[in-house]
Design a protein around this ligand. Structure first.
Ligand SMILES: Nc1ncnc2c1ncn2[C@@H]1O[C@H](COP(=O)(O)OP(=O)(O)OP(=O)(O)O)[C@@H](O)[C@H]1O
Ligand SMILES: [Mg+2]
Length: 237
């Protein structure tokens, strides 16, 4: 993906297999969100191919990709502010259930699974950051994806909330859903990921199991090299 003179993603080739949890890490500005945008149809890549379940989905619209079973959350959370939590999730469930009664029933199931049931009548605009993050996952899950891609679903959460978010990912994975997760919180992603993909300055610099990635010299250099910082900025307000 090229933005004028900037190559935001270059030579990024990797696979995700059914049932896996794959983590995507890299310093700020490495190109992680851009890669998600290319995969989920929010950007049309300037070169290269995205294959999903063996089919070429490059350049399809986000809703077409969603219908094929690939759903995403946003780094900057995007609740529909004037709708309740229940209605927000139904925006997702209408993807597969055109009848309101069925969309409602599916949304109820997902609200219970994601721990948002008690908050179903709150407006999107009233939610705290942890609830906004959770609603992102619930709404995406409402589209009944095979692959769920999460963009920093745990940023800005405290340790208890991170623990709960990890448990939620494991619960969803147990239902047969595959995950691709951008995460800066290493304590969150390393224990649950089967594999980690690392981007730095738009390039894929490493790929492998977490135990190898934490010892990889290029990865350590990318995070700790001269002029770099591991500070996090919170995008979620
Ligand atoms: N729509 C765009 N137009 C121009 N440049 C862009 C656009 N989107 C992203 N970029 C640039 O591409 C590079 C990668 O940005 P991206 O948001 O993908 O990084 P990231 O890895 O998600 O970073 P962070 O960890 O801060 O979220 C950055 O230099 C960014 O400024
Ligand atoms: Mg990002």
């Amino acid at each position: 993906m090229r933005f004028g003179g900037l190559l935001a993603n270059h030579d990024v080739t990797f696979d995700i297999y059914p049932g896996e949890i794959v983590g995507l890490i890299g310093p700020n500005g490495a190109g992680k969100t851009t890669l998600f945008n290319c995969i989920s149809g929010f950007l049309r890549p300037t070169a290269g191919t995205v294959l999903f379940k063996g089919e070429n989905i490059t350049g399809l619209k986000p809703h077409q990709i969603c219908h094929r079973g690939l759903a995403r959350t946003f780094q900057i959370t995007q609740p529909l502010r004037d709708m309740t939590v229940l209605e927000n999730v139904m925006v997702g469930t209408f993807c597969r259930h055109p009848l309101t009664s069925q969309a409602h029933a599916k949304a109820v199931e997902i609200l219970k699974l994601t721990g948002m049931w008690e908050k179903r009548h709150q407006m999107g605009s009233e939610l705290t950051i942890p609830d906004r993050k959770r609603l992102e996952i619930a709404r995406a899950l409402g589209t009944e994806p095979d692959l769920l891609i999460l963009d920093e679903a745990m940023a800005g959460l405290n340790p208890t909330e991170i623990h709960d978010a990890i448990e939620l990912v494991k619960t969803i994975q147990a239902q047969g859903i595959t995950f691709f997760i951008i995460e800066h919180v290493m304590e969150a992603i390393m224990p649950i990921a089967d594999r980690i993909v690392v981007l730095d300055a738009g390039r894929l610099i490493a790929e492998g199991p977490p135990s190898e990635i934490v010892r990889n010299e290029r990865v350590i250099e990318a995070y700790l090299g001269e002029g770099r910082h591991v500070k996090r900025k919170e995008h979620s307000s």
